[in-house]
Design a binder for this molecule. Structure first.
Ligand SMILES: [Zn+2]
Length: 134
């Protein structure tokens, strides 16, 4: 048994010998880490892992999703990369493309990591839209 106020020597009774608090079996469980975010496109979910960014484009040598993106002719061969930091934060890093990469309707400057939060809408070129979710 431990003291909820974390006294060093609560004793062996039902009350803490130091502060009088009722002793508890164990400390409350630590807050779980936030659930992983992903970007849900109509062709599928992009769920990056820390250290394994996911390139999105129509070049099959560059993106493993090239086949699914082939119908979206305005999407560039190398369009944008979705990645995750070690702390679980996700981001999108647009390439310099003619048709742009957008977050909530706003065009994002290329070659920089832009953070994505739950509920954000991302868009590659004119038509390929996704939403950030869990
Ligand atoms: Zn105590």
């Amino acid at each position: 048994m431990i003291c909820p106020l974390e006294c060093a020597e609560p004793g062996s009774g039902t009350m803490c010998a130091e502060c009088g608090s009722e002793l508890v079996a164990e400390r409350p469980a630590p807050t779980p880490p936030p659930a992983d975010l992903l970007v849900r496109f109509e062709f599928g979910d992009i769920a990056p892992r820390a250290g394994a960014p996911v390139p999105l484009g129509r070049d099959p040598d560059w993106s493993s999703h090239a086949g699914a993106l082939e119908p979206y002719t305005n999407v560039s061969r190398k369009h944008a990369t979705v990645g995750m930091d070690a702390d679980g934060a996700i981001w999108i890093d647009p390439e310099k493309t003619p048709n742009g990469t957008f977050r909530n309707g706003e065009e994002l400057p290329p070659n920089a990591r832009h953070p994505l939060a739950q509920g954000d809408r991302v868009r590659l070129a004119a038509k390929l839209e996704g939403v950030v979710t869990r």
